[in-house]
Design a protein around this ligand. Structure first.
Ligand code: NAD
Ligand code: TYD
Length: 359
């Protein structure tokens, strides 16, 4: 049995589905079901007795302690977080509460739980903290990619809150001997990603005939990893990672935002032709404040030490992803309700159009 937090979100749900498909081990899935949590992501395992869903907050130390005592998991895999940079700029408070205080609360519960375990179970227990490459800050063109030794330099309230949580995890290993593992991954894409993030937002907006809003000049670079590859890496770190270590995870796929959006438009042009290219819908809008210019991950350590490598190239992964969104337009439509529309209004209304389409 393992305990997963945030398993109704994008990566967590992919992890839960992949786990239940590839092992016999049960999962307790603790998720608060914020706007980003969606039980539809887990519909295919609704009848699976190995999946125990608990609606609750990681900040609730009493609840976490009771789950640990009841189910006696051999590991915690911690995904739960506020995860969207733009939201962290508009309202940072929730990011501190969940990402910092929530991780602290989970670490405290884990520390107390482990201290009550018999020696054998204590030695086997792992706390795997899922984090981001954004903690390392922004690279210039030509700078070497982030390694596990790159100094932290977070620039957004989101990345600062994740950096704080990474430091707490590190401290709990160093001070209390908790067997922690931290993974710092690049931008994920794939099924079940909430359509506020670049790739699903652009697919949904293209199909709806709306503007495709590119921040700034579109030359910001991200490294992209297919979510199934990220989940496989996490399983591998859990299985064979060395306690106290951190592992960078990435796809060796650096792309500018404009390249990504052009690729999406070209795939949609071939799968859902309208007579005009979807590229015509691209519009450049006011930049994100403090927008990091470039992220790049050196995933050499996890390759060398744990023999993990991504299976999908950007070309294969992005095609699968577009096809998934075309096949699951109901899933997107269910999300695009009142609260989602309010967010879109808030984030994009005050971004004056710099060029291209304005609506
Ligand atoms: P997401 O926003 O899609 O999902 C987050 C999940 O956490 C949701 O189900 C939400 O309901 C739940 N949650 C939020 N606050 C909670 C709380 N207080 N208690 C319990 N549950 C709560 O996020 P995601 O994109 O799946 O990211 C998962 C993790 O991976 C995060 O820690 C994120 O920082 C990290 N990460 C994400 C990416 C990416 O590209 N999406 C890349 C690297 C690392
Ligand atoms: P996002 O998916 O929000 O992930 P992150 O900020 O964590 O990297 O954004 C990916 C990139 O796409 C980032 O450089 C910002 C850019 N972007 C746009 O240009 N337009 C948009 O509407 C969004 C949501 C993002």
């Amino acid at each position: 049995m393992i305990l997963v937090t945030g398993g109704a979100g994008f990566i967590g749900a992919n992890f839960v589905l992949g786990w239940l498909a590839s092992t016999d081990e049960s999962i307790v899935n603790l998720d608060k079901l914020t706007y980003a949590g969606n039980l539809n992501n887990l519909a295919s395992v609704r009848e699976d007795a190995r999946h125990i869903f608990v609606k609750g907050d990681i900040c609730d130390g009493g609840l976490v302690a009771s789950l640990l005592d009841k189910y006696r998991p051999r590991a915690i895999v911690h995904f739960a977080a506020e995860s969207h940079v733009d939201r962290s700029i508009h309202a940072p408070g929730d990011f501190i509460t969940t990402n910092v205080n929530g991780t602290f609360s989970l670490l405290e519960a884990a520390r107390a739980y482990v201290s009550r375990l018999p020696a054998g179970e204590r030695a086997a227990f792992r706390f795997l903290h899922v984090s981001t490459d954004e903690v390392y800050g922004s690279l210039n063109p030509g700078d070497p990619a982030f390694t596990e030794n790159t100094p932290y330099a977070p620039n957004s309230p989101y990345s600062a809150s994740k950096a704080a949580s990474d430091h707490l995890v590190r401290a709990y290993h160093h001070t209390y001997g908790l067997a922690t593992l931290t993974s710092n991954c690049s931008n994920n894409y794939g099924p079940y990603q909430f359509p506020e993030k670049l790739i699903p937002l652009m697919i949904a907006s293209a199909l709806a005939g709306k503007r495709l809003p590119i921040y700034g000049d579109g030359a910001n670079v991200r490294d992209w990893l297919y979510v199934g590859d990220h989940c496989a890496a996490i399983r591998r770190v859990l299985e064979a990672g060395r306690p106290g270590e951190t592992y960078n995870i990435g796809g060796w796929n650096e792309k500018t935002n404009l390249e990504v959006v052009h690729t999406l438009c070209d795939i949609l042009d071939s799968l859902v032709p309208t007579g005009t290219s979807y590229r015509q819908q691209i519009g450049f809008v006011q930049d994100r404040p403090g927008h990091d210019r470039r992220y790049a991950i050196d995933a050499g350590k996890i390759g060398r030490e744990l023999c993990w490598r991504p299976v999908e190239s950007f070309d294969t992964g992005i095609r699968k992803t577009v096809q998934w969104y075309l096949d699951h337009q109901d899933w997107v439509r269910d999300i695009q309700s009142g609260a989602y529309l309010q967010w879109v209004e808030k984030n994009y209304a005050d971004r004056t159009s710099v060029s291209g389409r304005s609506a």
